[in-house]
Design a protein around this ligand. Structure first.
Ligand code: ADP
Ligand code: MG
Length: 684
């Protein structure tokens, strides 16, 4: 349970003074639900103010704090502003203008009484003017600070109000024992946590304090991953050593690449140990990860255990199932599929087969790891994950099981090293850094959507020559259904030209309907597949050699890279057309140019990390998993390796986090809501 010390930070914002339902709603829009969220909502800039005795030309355009005496109020006719004329310390006339707030202004600025006004000093004709200044009675309340932090805001929330709320949240922040390694703290000259927090809010340029807070966040993340690793590795799994009798009978049309061979050996080595494997397999799209998974699963089956393969989508689960059936049926390995769609008797029979051991390999979506699904002897879990399977789910699978299966996570996006550390820090990493032979690079072109007609003509030639093509429509942000609508519209337009040769898949279609379309495309009964990004993941149709992406500037680069990876899988030359809108920002242009320039997935991912942040690459922006609130991508790059070492060192010395620093580190875990990791300590 969370230590009491931190409870004041985890109360809802409504507990703060003056926060009613209206304000709470505005705060929620910014994701500020509890006091702790306010603490981590750091300012993004600052307003500088100058306290001056009187207006003067050098102050034009600056934020100025002045003492004035109002002497005349004038309400303009119609919808014009109320103007209050006031004299500053040297007798200059300042016009204070208020729109739709005349009554309020007159009350705030009684004639003949001194007042302090603060606002931007402007010239209006030959007069000085301030529009909507803040007004204060001298001696009453604090003057606006000369340097004020500015926060990201939303409608119904002023900077002033937010500043007050942050101050209230800061008051709730306790003094805590130090969790940062003393040598790091000394070298970086970081302040203690609470004081760093206060400084980061007071001064948006307080680089050192921001860095410290980012470090804390990353440290909590790394420590949680290391704990997961420690607890998992301490458990006994099943040492599995296959004898090769099944894999020898596999009928493969090609040789393994060197990289595949090496990775398979690494996996076999891990699986032979009693400590459960925790391995991440990175390999670009099309590098042949499925085959590695297949050989690993056969290794388990040869050793008398069951294996499970988790796919991120229904479509992909079915495709994997079909591939495995084709290769394994003839050698007597029994493969079954289980997704949300298997119901009733079909489902029962799979469940029984798993429990009795009649099924050797199960393929499916997340349904395959639900509690109700009981395996006789699950020895290996392979997760073909495309990043949708988060840390907490991996945790459920390996750390909570009594006899955890060996775990192989496969990912197609080349993840920058920093992100590998923060996402998979508990795992060993294997890389497939070599493509199967015979792949020709995909030619990439960027085309303005003004030339859509030319694109469709080109598509016609491609289809006439017997080729197949993907046409991808972007996700439309405004409403959930409209991406499907956009794809439907595009399909309708293409059908006028290509008639029955056009298929359509999008996320709102029923599963069996999607499968039917995909199957028809794979069997070359359809020439053009119009799709939303549902096809991003894993489908394999070698005869499709043309990829058209509409609204390309709206995709992440890593996503475009994935899409492009759908083509270039067969013999023929492949092309990727990126159709862009007509208004394109500088960066938008540069990003698409990079796609044209390189097919190096790592370079593309690094670039995406810089431009869009980790959520985008990992596809986790929506799920909330792996979101760092304080650490920017640059900070992640600099601090993740350091925090990883620090976490490891701490656990080496004090695996139970029982010592003084260990206790402090527990607090850090709770602060960043890695409660599950602390729970592991108790159960492990
Ligand atoms: P991914 O790593 O994206 O999952 P796949 O496993 O789907 O890639 O493999 C992509 C394609 O490459 C498939 O058609 C597969 O049959 C083929 N392939 C895999 N390994 C080899 C190899 N060693 N030689 C030739 N083709 C291969
Ligand atoms: Mg794959």
């Amino acid at each position: 349970m969370r230590p009491e010390l931190l409870n004041p930070l985890f109360t809802e914002v409504e507990a703060l003074k003056g926060v009613g339902p209206q304000l709470a709603k505005a705060l929620r829009r910014l994701g500020l639900e509890r006091a702790v969220d306010l603490l981590f909502h750091l300012p993004t800039g600052a307003i500088e103010r100058i306290r001056a005795p009187a207006a003067s030309p050098v102050l034009l355009g600056r934020n100025v704090v002045l003492e004035v005496k109002p002497f005349e109020a004038r309400q303009s006719s119609g919808r014009g502003p109320t103007r209050i004329y006031a004299a500053d310390g040297e007798g200059n006339v300042i016009t204070l203008a208020f729109f739709n707030a005349g009554g309020w202004a007159k009350k705030q600025l009684p004639l003949g009484e001194p007042r302090i006004v603060s606002g931007k000093l402007e010239a209006y004709g030959d007069q000085w003017q301030m529009v909507h200044p803040e007004v204060l009675e001298p001696g009453k309340g604090a003057e606006p600070p000369l340097r004020e932090a500015v926060y990201p805001l939303t409608e119904g929330l002023t900077n002033k109000r937010l500043r007050e709320l942050v101050a209230a949240a800061l008051e709730r922040a306790p003094e805590v024992a130090e969790w940062v390694e003393p040598s790091v703290l000394g070298r970086e000259r970081w302040r203690p946590w609470r004081s760093a927090l206060a400084e980061a809010h007071a001064d948006p340029e307080a680089g050192s304090s921001r860095k410290r807070l980012a470090y804390d966040e990353i440290f909590a993340n790394q420590l949680a991953l290391q704990l997961l690793r420690q607890v998992s590795r301490r458990k006994r799994g099943l040492p599995l050593q296959g004898d090769g009798r099944l894999s020898a009978r596999l009928n493969l049309p090609y040789e393994l690449t060197g990289a595949q061979r090496r990775v398979v050996e690494e996996v076999r080595g891990d699986m032979a140990q009693a400590a459960p494997m925790l391995r991440l397999l990175q390999g670009d799209v099309g590098s042949g990860k499925t085959l590695v998974a297949l050989l690993a699963m056969l290794n388990a089956v040869e050793a008398g255990a069951q294996a499970a393969l988790l796919a991120p989508t229904e479509i992909l689960a079915r495709q994997h199932h079909a591939t495995l059936l084709r290769q394994l049926d003839q050698i007597g390995v029994r493969v079954a599929i289980l997704t949300g769609r298997e119901k009733g008797r079909a489902r029962d029979s799979v469940l029984m087969g798993l429990a009795s051991g009649e099924i050797d390999i199960l393929v499916g979506t997340h349904a395959i790891f639900q509690e109700k699904v009981g395996y006789r002897n699950l020895g290996l879990a392979v997760i073909d994950e495309q990043h949708r399977f988060g840390v907490s789910q991996r945790l459920l699978l390996s750390a909570k099981a009594e006899r955890p299966p060996h775990l192989l996570v496969m990912t197609a996006t080349p993840i920058p090293r920093t992100l590998t550390l923060t996402q998979y820090g508990e795992m060993d990493v294997s890389r497939i850094d070599e493509m199967p032979p015979g792949r020709s690079p995909v030619e990439t072109r960027v085309i303005s959507d003004e030339r859509l007609g030319d694109v469709i003509d080109g598509l016609e030639r491609h289809v006439a020559a017997g080729g197949q093509a993907y046409w991808v429509c972007p996700l439309v942000e405004e409403s959930e259904g409209s991406d499907a609508a956009a794809a439907e519209e595009r399909a309708a337009v293409l059908r006028q030209r290509f008639h029955g040769q056009v298929g359509l898949v999008h996320g709102r279609m029923k599963g069996p309907d999607k499968d039917a379309v995909m199957a028809a495309f794979a069997a070359n009964q359809l020439a053009v597949l119009v799709a939303t990004t549902v096809i991003e993941v894993g489908v394999d149709v070698p005869n499709a050699t043309l990829m058209i992406v509409e609204g390309a500037e709206r995709f992440g680069l890593a996503q475009l890279h994935q899409l492009r990876g759908r083509v270039g899988r067969g013999e023929g030359k492949s092309t990727c057309l990126l159709i862009r809108g007509q208004t394109l920002s500088e960066t938008g242009r540069a990003r698409l140019a990079l796609m044209r320039e390189t097919s190096d997935g790592f370079r593309i991912a690094e670039e995406d990390l810089k431009l869009r942040g980790p959520g985008e690459i990992l596809g986790t922006r929506q799920s909330g998993e792996a979101a760092f609130r304080l650490a920017t991508p640059e900070m992640l790059g600099e601090l993740a390796p350091l925090a990883t070492d620090d976490a490891r060192l701490l656990l080496d010395r004090d695996g139970g986090l029982a010592g003084e620093r260990g206790q402090a580190a527990r607090l850090c875990l709770y602060l960043f809501e890695r409660d599950q990791a602390v729970d592991l300590l108790r159960s492990g």
